[in-house]
Design a protein around this ligand. Structure first.
Ligand code: FMN
Length: 436
């Protein structure tokens, strides 16, 4: 056989193989979507940072004929025709639903009397008892269903994140030891709390930009009473792109009124020495992963929120056809808080960041009155451009403090897009929020 014939045969075999794989994949998808459409047993989740979704997924995998859906996708028709729905929902904000469950409660205004009598349900609520509105959304879902005549299979289950049993051997087994390679203060001299960039060895970790690193804030000693893990946004592109086996975190050192440092931030930035081992685990956070690197991306954040944004900026560097990225980032004082300025400028030169609006809330500029000082001011000031950017299919990604920034950004987006426009963005999974 000639060399050319062999090449043609190899190409034909390759194309044939790819077509075969594509057909199998497509048939599987078709079967799954048919199953989903017909399933009368539904597992629904509303999860901001992935805990409730993980439990829902595990429960779903133990069933044979069921569908797994984010709560926002559970329509009135589906709810009324289902025989059983198992809800796994967390609580966010001040007793609010997570973003992918925000539209669910509105269904109840359309349900009359006992019209859910034939529905069986269970609710597993995820929350943290440090919050006054402990598991409030789960409780609300449970009560609303009950009011409509649906039959609870068991009492409401509340899972308290602050009571995670770190002394449990099975729980700890999921964590691995990584080494602290470097710790750099990003705002030296600042009168405000220190912001640190940490680099950790990550040879055995797999993650995507937007995921979370759970950290046990204690040195791995033979101690039964380890504190419960704390979550940090991973400040790195997908692990498949990271060349030097390291994972980055940006950590704000919290100082309490009595002068004591926060347990986790104090541990990571003050107690840990270079070379020390830290117990960590990656938690996938699909709500903050982006589906497309080609879609425009509007990144909004403040302070330590740069962590979640940096991962997505870095990610785009690896795609030649990446879409435009507009960063709106706020910090306090330009004298000390020009966090990662050199890196951001470099990404601008590389064409990754196509527009940067950097604002400072405590700038001592002579004309500071005329200068927008918070990120939500920037959104309002450039409302038309924000609208156009979003109309072109942009994903919106917000990272930072919920109280200090997240809520005002949410209000600004509602003002610019209208409440319905903002909700459409949310339901179409283009409005991602990593707020704490
Ligand atoms: C910004 C923020 C606000 C929260 N608000 C509440 C709350 O009001 N009530 C509550 O019980 N838990 C609250 N939590 C805790 C979460 O519900 C808890 O960590 C849960 O395990 C998260 O589950 P998820 O990963 O599925 O979203 C809050 C967590 C965050 C980060």
């Amino acid at each position: 056989m000639s060399e050319n014939m062999r090449l043609v045969l190899a190409i034909l075999l390759g194309v044939g193989w790819c077509t075969w794989v594509a057909i199998i994949w497509w048939l599987k998808r078709l079967k799954q979507s048919k199953q989903d459409a017909n399933a009368t047993h539904i597992v629904a989740y509303a999860s901001q940072t992935g805990q409730a979704r993980l439990k829902a997924q595990a429960f779903f995998e133990s069933l044979t004929d069921a569908a797994l859906v984010p709560l926002n996708h559970l329509t009135l028709d589906k709810l009324q025709s289902a025989s059983q729905v198992d809800f796994f929902v967390s609580t966010y904000g001040d007793g609010e639903p997570p973003d992918n469950g925000r539209s669910f409660l509105r269904l109840f205004s359309k349900i009359s009397g006992n019209s859910l009598q034939s529905l069986k349900y269970s609710v597993t609520a995820f929350g943290d008892s440090h919050y006054p509105e402990f598991c409030a959304f789960g409780k609300q879902v449970f009560t609303e269903l009950n009011k409509c005549g649906a039959n609870a299979l068991q009492p409401l289950i509340c899972i308290d994140a602050s009571q995670v049993q770190t002394q449990d051997k099975n729980f700890i087994a999921d964590f691995i030891d990584v080494e602290l390679l470097e710790s750099t203060q990003l705002n030296p001299g600042s009168p405000f709390s220190g912001l640190y960039l940490l680099r950790l060895s990550a040879a055995n970790l797999v993650w995507q930009a937007g995921d979370i690193l759970e950290v046990i804030p204690s040195h791995p000693v033979a101690d039964n009473e380890l504190p419960s893990p704390r979550s940090y946004s991973i400040a790195s592109a997908d692990s498949r792109f990271v060349e030097n086996n390291e994972i980055k975190l940006i950590v704000r050192l919290l100082t309490k009124d009595d002068g004591q440092f926060g347990l986790a931030s104090g541990f990571l930035t003050q107690s840990c020495q270079i070379g020390d081992q830290i117990k960590v685990k990656v938690r996938a956070n699909p709500a903050c992963q982006l589906k497309s690197e080609q879609a425009p991306l509007l990144l909004i954040g403040a302070g330590s929120g740069l962590a979640g944004l940096i991962g997505h900026i870095e990610q785009r560097y690896y795609f030649d056809d990446a879409g435009p990225v507009w960063l709106i980032y706020g910090d306090r004082d330009p004298e000390f808080d020009c966090t990662m300025q050199a890196e951001l400028e470099w990404w601008q030169q590389q064409g990754v960041l196509t527009r940067v609006d950097r604002v400072f809330s405590r700038a001592k500029l002579p004309c500071s009155k005329a200068t927008p000082i918070y990120v939500h001011d920037v959104l309002i000031k450039h409302a038309d451009e924000v609208c156009q950017f979003i109309d072109k299919g942009a994903d919106v990604y917000v990272c930072g403090s919920l109280e200090g920034m997240g809520k005002s950004v949410d209000q600004a987006l509602a003002k610019i897009l209208g409440e319905d426009g903002k909700n459409d963005l949310l339901v179409s999974e283009r409005y991602h929020r990593d707020l704490y």
